[in-house]
Structure formats: C-alpha cells, structure tokens
Design a protein around this ligand. Structure first.
Ligand code: COA
Length: 260
C-alpha cells in the first residue's frame, strides 16, 4: 500500500498504520483522512490481518488535530459537511471496523487526534503523551465525535471540564480517567501494542468482530435508552401500583401494591 501521508507496515497478522506528517505534527488534512479510510478498508478485507495499530510518526505527536489551516475560512455549510464527511469516512468507520484497532498514542493527541484515538477500540499511551480537545479555544467545538465519545468513556463531568477548559491531561491522568488502558515508555509503545495484538490474534476473529458489534450497539443505544425511559415513566402513571404508591405516601400509610 502506497500513500502520501501514511506508512503501512505489515508483520504477520498485524498492520501498523503510521500517520506521517511530522512537520505538521501529523495534523489530519482531507487527504490524510481519505488515505486512512482507504488503508482501513483494504486492511479490513485482507484476511491475513487480524489487528491494526494506528500511531503517529516522530516522537512528539500522535495527531495534533484536524488541519486548522484547511478549515479556517469555511462557511457554516462547509463546516457541517467537514464534520459529517469526516465522521462517516474515518471516525465512525474505524469504530465499526470488524477488526480490532488499537491507538498507540505516542505524543500529542489533540482535537481530531484525540477523536481518532477515541474512535479506536482502545488506547495505549506513551509516558510523554498529552491529550485534550482544544476546539473551544479556536471558537469551534469537537466535530469528529468528541462530544459523544469522550463523555461515554470518561464520564460527563470530566469530559465537560476537558472540553470547556480546552486543557490537556497527561498520560497518567488519562489512565486514571480510563481514557487509555496502559501507559508505557515511548520506546516500548509499539512492542507493547504488538504483544496485545498477539494475544488478541489467538482468539476467534469472527467472535471478536461480533463482540465489537455488540459493544458498539450498546453504546449507540444510549439515546434510545433515554426515549424508552420517558415512555415507561409516562406509562407508570396509568398503573394501579402508581396510584396506590402515591396515595399511600400522601395518606402517610404503607403501600399495598396490587401489582398492575
Ligand atoms: N493544524 C495544522 N497545523 C498544525 C496543527 C494543526 N492542528 N498542529 C500543529 N500544526 C503545525 C504548526 O502550525 C507548525 O507548523 P509550522 O512549523 O509550519 O509553523 C507545526 O505543526 C509545529 O507546531 P508548533 O505549534 O510549532 O509546535 P509546538 O511544539 O510549539 O506546539 C502544540 C505543539 C500541539 C501544542 C501546538 O502545535 C498546537 O496547539 N496545535 C494545535 C492543536 C489544536 O488546537 N488542535 C485542534 C484542532 S481542531
């Protein structure tokens, strides 16, 4: 596989996708997003590949965000299209890939970079890594799934604080938050992820693909969970148990539920 902005290394069952724009701290421009889509599509259909690691080139950055120079002049419509297209071709695509994708976070993972790591199935960071969603400092919000995936992973309060402050957390804080599963010295990052990949590769790829689907479906159902709660809450008001429970409370007596 030949790409302008990526290097893809294959060793046995493992593919390592290296985002290779070190002079721009591996910022995601349109071309890189398209190439990532092509690389993941090809690797998904390659029966020899069981696990994919994604990382950044150099020692400084995983990905320092979406390429700010590319969208600084965008209109409302183009901004919306940018987010929609990016989510479709890369972020949702990676999350729903049928093969495990591990983010090896080797430095700054900011904005779209953290969002890419969040879209991966899990994350391992090097000790020098820093993570954050600095978008509001630019007058925009995370647009590649960050407002959704970050709270689901680390909790609403922590996500709100990170998003509102536009701040960064270091690798050990990220581990404490559950944002990354492991923190290792930078020189051991890829070998550590390789060992995890060996362990994963011993298991059924079909079962793993079903497991990915099952876990993702549960996460996607969160919105439907709220709708279901509202409907069921309303239906309670039509039951004899509700009438008895509220009456008993107001009459200062113990409830005797009829079970209907
Ligand atoms: N988009 C476009 N270019 C970026 C970039 C981004 N998200 N992040 C870094 N770069 C470029 C810089 O413009 C610079 O290019 P230049 O050498 O042509 O001027 C190069 O990468 C190196 O970055 P620099 O800022 O000089 O490195 P630093 O060590 O001083 O700071 C960061 C590192 C990560 C703190 C800083 O680059 C930064 O804040 N980047 C933007 C992060 C961000 O807001 N991301 C969210 C985007 S929505």
């Amino acid at each position: 596989m030949q790409f302008e902005n990526l290097i893809v290394e294959i060793e046995d069952h493992l593919a390592t996708v290296i985002i290779n724009r070190p002079k721009k701290l591996n910022a995601l421009n349109k071309e890189t997003i398209n190439e990532l889509h092509d690389a993941f599509s090809t690797l998904e259909t390659d029966t020899g590949i069981q696990v994919i690691i994604v990382t950044g080139s150099g020692e400084k950055a995983f990905v320092a965000g979406a390429d700010i120079a590319e969208f600084a002049h965008f209109s409302v419509k183009k901004g919306e299209e940018l987010a929609a297209r990016g989510q479709k071709v890369l972020f949702d695509f990676v999350e729903n890939l049928s093969k495990p994708v591990i983010a090896a976070v080797n430095g700054f993972a900011l904005g779209g970079g953290l969002e890419l790591a969040l879209a991966c199935h899990f994350r391992v960071a090097s000790e020098n890594a820093h993570m954050g969603l600095p978008e509001v400092s630019l007058g925009v919000i995370p647009g590649y799934g960050g407002t959704q995936r970050l709270p689901r992973l680390i909790g609403k309060g922590r996500a709100m604080e990170l998003i509102m402050t536009a701040g960064m957390i270091n690798a050990s804080e990220a581990r404490e938050y559950g944002l990354v599963n492991h923190v290792v010295p930078q020189e051991e990052l890829l070998s550590f992820c390789g060992e995890l990949s060996d362990r994963i590769s011993k298991n059924s790829p079909v079962a793993i693909s079903y497991a990915i689907k099952a876990v993702n479906t549960g996460f996607m159902n969160t919105a439907r969970g709220f709708e279901a709660e509202i409907k069921a809450f309303g239906e309670c008001f039509g039951t004899a148990d509700f009438k008895e429970g509220t009456s008993a409370f107001l009459e200062k007596r113990k409830a005797k539920f009829p079970g209907a």
